[in-house]
Structures are given as structure tokens and as C-alpha cells.
Design a protein around this ligand. Sequence first.
Ligand SMILES: Cc1ncc(COP(=O)(O)O)c(C=O)c1O
Length: 379
Amino acid sequence: MKINVPFIDLKRFEPGFHAALMEKFHAMTINAQFIGGAEVAALESRLQSDLQVAHAVSCANGTDALQLALRAVGVGEGDVVLVPNVTFWATFEAVVNVGAKPVTIDADITDGGVDFAAFELAIREASPKAAIIAHLYGWGSARLQDLRDLCKKHAVCLIEDGAQSYGAEFAGEPICKGAFISTTSFYPAKVLGGAGDGGAVFTDDAALADKVRRLGNHGRTAHYGYGDVGWNSRLDSLQAAFLNLSIGHIEERLASRRKAVAFYRDALPSTGIELMSAPAAYTENGYCNVCLVPDADTKLALESALKAAEIGFANIYPGVMSSQPGAAAYIKGHFGGQVGERLCASVLNLPLFPYMTDEELQRVASVVRATLAGGDHGK
Ligand SMILES: Cc1ncc(COP(=O)(O)O)c(C=O)c1O
């Protein structure tokens, strides 16, 4: 059967979701509950208990979450910050926006995280004040504990960008548990997605959490008293209400994503496609599917077959940070080789979102299978 499959469909909600949302919005609007209040407090406390962190501070988006974390740990003008060369641009951008200098670290092609040896060398030679690692694709680095230990030993503040890792587990615990400071994004396409932008910062350190909260609310110490120069990065109450309803369904959504992951893991290798896997210590959240197609001809053939079959796909990400035109004026150095470039050239992401049907999954696999069986691809 020919059915179109979008890369992501954000419109598949649980029965009753919209009615509950309308009821909440109605009550909140009538009562003019727009900033802060019970919904924001409830979201933060649910995040704290689900993610097993002492403090969760909501904010306007995942990019602000990184900037708040950087500012809170004291990164500012001229400080060096290590960043992965393969990540979303916001990770790099946040460093520049707080006046610091980004140094890129090459990728590890086995897990999509940073190359540990390059990271270690950069800690010794670039004298960073902080480092950001990004838990891409729904899991983290195989060397996560080593990265945390190394940063602690060298007094480098490690910020973990968890925009893509909500719901992922490391050694049986939420991935952000045990992080010095970590962040997430509630961008609609994320695992816990909002009805717009949102983000949060997590830490076990009370003073750091206070600082994040203050910076995200104009540096306020009183309504008209300012202890810092911050900005307005508050999460709206209506957004928090949407997220509170969504978080109530998070286990079903994670289970559905993981079911799709399991389908692909079963079906794709027989087509000749290599899948990137989460390292052994992780339970992935099913954020995205990552096929590694090292040969450019096969990748082109797959992309055009998917396009013709009206099946969505992506390349997360097509290029490294260090080669972006916007990076040139700010980048302070690079450690490691060019594995990141190879990773970017190889990645092809197939559709993956909650409540994908069996028919949709079968359709994707059959188009991939037919394409690779049709030529001399997939050898
Ligand atoms: C790894 C990573 N970091 C940061 C961000 C930025 O989050 P936001 O779009 O909420 O600003 C995103 C998502 O868009 C992301 O995937």
C-alpha cells in the first residue's frame, strides 16, 4: 500500500488531550494566569522528581537555557568554552552570545558525542573555563562518566545540553542525574515538546539554580530591585500548562518512540543499512533514527527514492560547527580531526515520532529495502 509518511507529525495527540487543554486554557485565561503561578511551579516540581535533580528552572527556550547555564557558572567575556563540532548551532551560538570563545571538539562516530582524546587534550591545552557536551540523537557519550570526572578534576564547569535526551537513561537513571548543570529544550519537535518555545536548566546546586532563576528574570532580587543584568527568559504559564498535560503522557510517548526504534533495529540491517546505536549504558528515548550511509551514491539514491515515495527524511546535521560561515569570526580553535565531517556526510534520519503506525514503519522499510536491492547499493 502506498502511504505518505511525514518525517515528523506533531499533531498526534492522545484522545482527550485537546479537550483537557481547552479546559485548562479557559480557566487560566479567565483568571489571567499568564506569568508564573501554579502551572510553572507544578512543571518544575514534576521535572525535578522525574529527572531526579534537586532544582529545575524553566525558561523561554533551550538556547536561553544554555546561555543561563553559562552565565550562572561564571562564563563571560574572553573565557574559552569547549563545544562539540557536531551539534545544533545553538550550542555554539550560546557560547558566543555570552562573550566567550568557542573551541570545537571532533566527534566520535560510534556514538555521535565528542572524541574523548581530543576533549582531554583540549582541557589541558586550551585552558577552558567550561565545556558543553550535547547528548545528541536521544542518548549520550559512551564516555559520559569519564567526561564528568575529567571536568571535575580540572575544575572545568561541564554543561550538558540535553535538548535531545529528555527521557533517556544512563546506567538506569535519568541522564541528567549527576550532571553538574544540564539543560533541555521544549521545542515542539522534542521528546517533551511544547506548543511553542520553552526550555529548562537542571542542577543539584541551590546557589546555581538561584542564579539561573535570577538571570532569567531580569536579575531581579525584588520586583524593582536588580542584583544582576539578566534578561526575560520566563516560561509562559499557558506553555507550562500544555507541558504539564504532555508530561502526563510522557511514558506512552516514550514507549511508542521506542517501539519504532525497535522496528527499525530489526528491519533495517537486513536492507544493508547501518544504524547508529546508543552505547551499552543507555536506554535511548527514541528521539530520532540515525542511519549511517557512508557511500554518497547510496545516500543520494535513498534520498531520491524517499522523496519519490513521499516519505520524509532529514540529515541531523549536514555540517559541522567549525565550517559554518557564522563561526569564522568567533572560533578559537579545534581539537581532533575531521570525523565530524564524515559523520555529517553519512547521517540519514528516517521518520520517527510518537504514534507512528505499523503501516508507516513498514512502508519506510520497504522503500529502503527496494532501493538498496534495486541497484548495486547496500553491498
Ligand atoms: C542539541 C540542541 N541544543 C540546543 C537546542 C536549542 O533549543 P531551542 O530551539 O529550544 O532554543 C536544540 C534544539 O533546537 C538542540 O537540538
